[in-house]
Write a protein that binds this ligand. Sequence first.
Ligand code: C2E
Ligand code: MG
Ligand code: MG
Length: 557
Amino acid sequence: MATPIVHDQEKLGTIYIQADLSKIQITLFRYVGFGALGLIGASILAWLLGAKLQIIISQPIEQLATAMRAVSKERNYERRVKMARKDELGSLIEDFNEMLGQIQLRDQELQHKQTRLDYLAHHDTLTGLPNRLLFHDRLSHAISKAKRLNYPLALLFLDLDRFKNINDSLGHEVGDQVLRQVAKRLETLVRDSDTLARLGGDEFVIALEQTKEARDVTIVAKKILESLSEALQVGPNELYVTTSIGISLFPTDGEDVESLMKSADVAMYRAKECGRNLFQFFTMDMNERVREALFMENNLRKALDNQEMALYYQPQVEMSSGKLIGMEALIRWHHPQLGIIPPLKFIPMAEDTGLIIPIGKWVLGTACRQTQQWQEAGYPPCKVAVNISPKQFRHSDLVETVAAALKDSGLDPQFLELEITESVLMEDMEQSIATMEKLKAMGITLAIDDFGTGYSSLSCLSKFPLSKLKIDKSFVQNIAELSENNAIAEGIIALAKALHLEVIAEGIEGERQIDFLQSKGCKQGQGYYFSRPMPADAFEQFLARESAFSYRRLAAD
Ligand code: C2E
Ligand code: MG
Ligand code: MG
């Protein structure tokens, strides 16, 4: 630095001052350097700390978030976040994994249940076979395939013969086992490409694909009948089950599931009508029969309103004297076009359609009223026996219906007898006994009709409040010198005696039967030998003769 020295405007000289700044600068540089280094160090430290912090905190959170996103996107609950830590985040991850584990478990259970539900929805639980739903599906696929490739296709509709008897008499347990065994046998007879299914009850269906000709179907049907003809071993029972088979062919008998099934069903009914244990191919005239059946059903619905029903009465007598002891009311249908239709032709239809309930009510009411009228007219009082069908017996209204019939007619209950069949005894025994006890408490009596044709267990017979056994006419009609029917009739008489029950034989047509039955101790009888069933007015004339006859007999005594 230079400064001039001036005195009285005269420059005296110049002062020069010189200093060395390099030291300061070096110091300054040193400071700046240190500062910068410190900054860099701090930055590195901060960066290192940040990275560490990220490793410690945000990375696991990020991983958790990624895992969560993946799980919710892929629904893959097997995923786990892998990280072992001992801090709070560690336990968060652990909890998260644990939660995934539980969800995975529940998911598996759910899937398992879903599979099971699917299976249940499409299979029959008893036999494990496909059910109606799955069969419908498979058949409709088979039909599309057959259409596309021009293949033939056959549908077999099976219904076991008299399976209800087994169920009723030996119980549902045995019935179930029979169905399982039948299913197993059928399974061995069908190829993998065929579908066997159980529609429910005792109905099975088989769809045979690619059957070249009807003969192939015949072979399968024959094999089925043959295979079922061998005894089934169910517990201690050796049972014989047969089946009736209806067959429909695609495309002739139907081009869709419904029509093919319907045709096979119709053919199956035809097989039953033809005597069971056989197979029938569908034919067009069967449709005619279906129409007829429908026509009859419609007619039956109107029959009561149109007053087409009538009761006939058949005498029941004491065989030694020929004295009238009772009468059985037997229904007849006077069809406007078809004439008199016997009960066996329409009672089954009435049972199937539920029409048996109003019809049965009408029978009870009419029989009670008629019997009371005859008593009021002064004819010797006798019992009226009324047939009660199984469905009617199990209908909740029965006791009330009977009570109403008695009340409305004024008939003394001791003059009413109800005839029930053996099947009623075996099905739902507790309930049957309860109903029978109620009826008995009203003062009416109960008889077992057609005894010997069902499968009632003799050991149970004494549990029911019964009064009478009616020996079925099949055992009575063929009574001959040496016949096993004699033994059955005799056995039933002995059984009735042992159980302190009355016994009556039905279907008596000749003296030989009377002699035999009386010699074995059966005192009551009913049959054409004494009289055919008669309309009410004819029966009244019979009553008039009978009372005159008994008055004569009294006078003679
Ligand atoms: P069921 O109760 O065993 O009646 C006896 C059947 O045998 C009657 O047939 C009767 O006419 C017939 N019969 C009587 N004596 C003889 C004989 O000596 N020889 C022969 N071959 N047959 C004889 P029907 O009247 O045709 O009745 C048949 C079945 O229909 C009855 O059998 C009964 O189970 C049922 N039924 C009849 N009326 C009614 C009814 O009002 N309600 C119900 N639910 N079923 C009825
Ligand atoms: Mg009867
Ligand atoms: Mg009978």
